[in-house]
Design a protein around this ligand. Structure first.
Ligand code: XLS
Ligand code: CA
Ligand code: CA
Length: 440
């Protein structure tokens, strides 16, 4: 059975193509610096948004037109796997990601749920033998079912903690079987609604114990993928413990977990935290903690997690700037944790949306690479901080001065001269690069 008959393999046709089902900028084998676009970008498809969700929102029923809509239970799960691998091949995408409940229905008991999962994982494993598409990461959904009403590893209920451990244990076994490059922990309901009924200290200690046990179990079964924490400040809980990268990093350091984790940074979560996407990437990068990216965008006019496909070229450029400066994403990737808008209900929209996202990041890659090659920002920054390369500045950075010497230096100063930061000029230069990068 096939599911996307109107679409054939998506080809690169170049910036002037008028074909909606072709790449205009993403040319997988084109070299940018020392790597191909495919190698830099490592795109992934999010199984949940693309194959599982049906467009349901708080005000309306599912409306997505999909070839598998008439099916139920395991038949539905199997059809989605078939559709997924057809989609991956036609989009020529190197990776995909899923939650356990995206791929297989939950049973009456945990045992039954695991049996359903095993059947679908076996099917996926078969497809992966011939498919080029690999598993970027999987994760456990510990937020949808009512049992997780008070959280999972931070629940007030020890039985829920144990149940969550069993889900992650299974998830790690699946990750190992399917050769996942990473395993993600997004703390869906790991936070609180009100301090009036919350033991925050206990909840965070428990979360750390949970992570240590996960690290131990991965070692025990020989799963070598990278562990990733995905920060998010709010939604569904009012205050999530993994608020942003800085908060997550402090948590990992406090509990001696920093050597075992990196971050999966989602653009929309960054903006919900009151940061830019590039801020979160920078905080992770300068701390050696940039693991992977959930490539999407929010809507500045809406205060929630809208998970839109990324099309803002300014943002993709500044994101790729951080990623190139990081030396790439290593075993991470750019996972489109993004859903088509409710109005984009045709199956073909899934392709149109992914093409838009892939082209936007390809543009970002090309422009960011050029900015780095021409040292545009580096030169500004080098000059801006040049006072730290000699004299008293150098003594500060080398740690060879103290308050006595600094006071002596300050007392001698007759005038302190600052220079303009010239941020408008820099923004204008970035615009120039964006507008001319593909000009013939
Ligand atoms: C939800 C998160 C989630 C994670 C994986 O907001 O983005 O989808 O990426 O659990
Ligand atoms: Ca995400
Ligand atoms: Ca999200």
């Amino acid at each position: 059975m096939t599911y996307f008959d109107s679409v054939s393999t998506i080809q690169y046709e170049g910036p002037t193509s008028k074909n909606a089902l072709a790449f205009k900028f993403y040319n997988p084998k084109e070299k940018i610096g020392d790597r191909t676009m495919e190698e830099w970008l490592r795109f992934g498809v999010a199984y949940w948004h693309t194959f599982t969700f049906d467009g349901t929102d708080p005000f309306g029923q599912g409306n997505m037109v999909r070839q598998w809509n008439h099916l139920k239970g395991m038949d539905l799960a199997k059809a989605r796997v078939e559709a997924a691998f057809e989609f991956f091949e036609k989009l020529n995408v190197p990776f995909f990601c899923f939650h356990d409940v995206d791929i297989a229905p939950e049973g009456e008991t945990l045992k039954e749920t695991n049996e359903n999962l095993d059947i679908i994982v076996t099917m996926i494993e078969e497809y992966m033998k011939t498919s080029k598409t690999k598993l970027l990461w999987n994760t456990a959904n510990m937020f949808s079912h009512p049992r997780f009403v008070h959280g999972a590893a931070t629940s007030c209920n020890a039985d829920v903690f144990a149940y969550s451990a069993a889900k992650v244990k299974k998830g790690l076994e699946v990750a190992k079987r399917l050769g996942a490059e990473n395993y993600v922990f997004w703390g869906g309901r790991e936070g609180y609604e009100s301090l009036l009924n919350t033991d925050m200290g206990l909840e965070q200690d428990n979360l750390a114990k949970f992570f240590h046990m996960a690290v131990d179990y991965a070692k025990e079964i020989g799963f070598n993928g990278q562990f990733l924490i995905e920060p998010k400040p709010k939604e569904p809980t009012k205050h999530q413990y993994d608020f942003d990268v800085a908060t997550g990093l402090a948590f990992l350091q406090k509990y001696n977990l920093e050597d075992y984790f990196k971050f999966n940074i989602e653009a929309n979560h960054a903006t919900l935290a009151g940061h830019t996407f590039e801020h979160e990437l920078r905080v992770a990068r300068i701390n050696g903690m940039l693991g992977s990216v959930d490539a999407n965008q929010g809507d500045p006019l809406l205060g929630w997690d809208t998970d839109e496909f990324p099309t803002d070229l300014y943002s993709t450029t500044l994101a790729m700037y951080e990623i190139i400066k990081n030396g790439g994403l290593g075993q991470g990737g750019l996972n489109f944790d993004a859903k088509v808008r409710r109005g984009s209900f045709e199956a073909e929209d899934l392709f149109r949306a992914h093409i838009a996202g892939m082209d936007s990041f390809a543009v970002g890659l090309v422009v960011a690479h050029k900015l780095i090659e021409d040292k545009v920002l580096d030169n500004f920054i080098e000059k801006r901080y040049s006072s730290f390369t000699n004299g008293i500045g150098r003594e500060i950075t080398e740690g060879t001065t103290d308050f006595h010497k600094l006071e002596q230096h300050a007392l001698q100063l007759t005038e302190i001269k600052n220079e303009s930061g010239r941020v408008e000029e820099i923004r204008a230069i970035i615009n120039q690069y964006l507008l001319t990068a593909f000009a013939k």
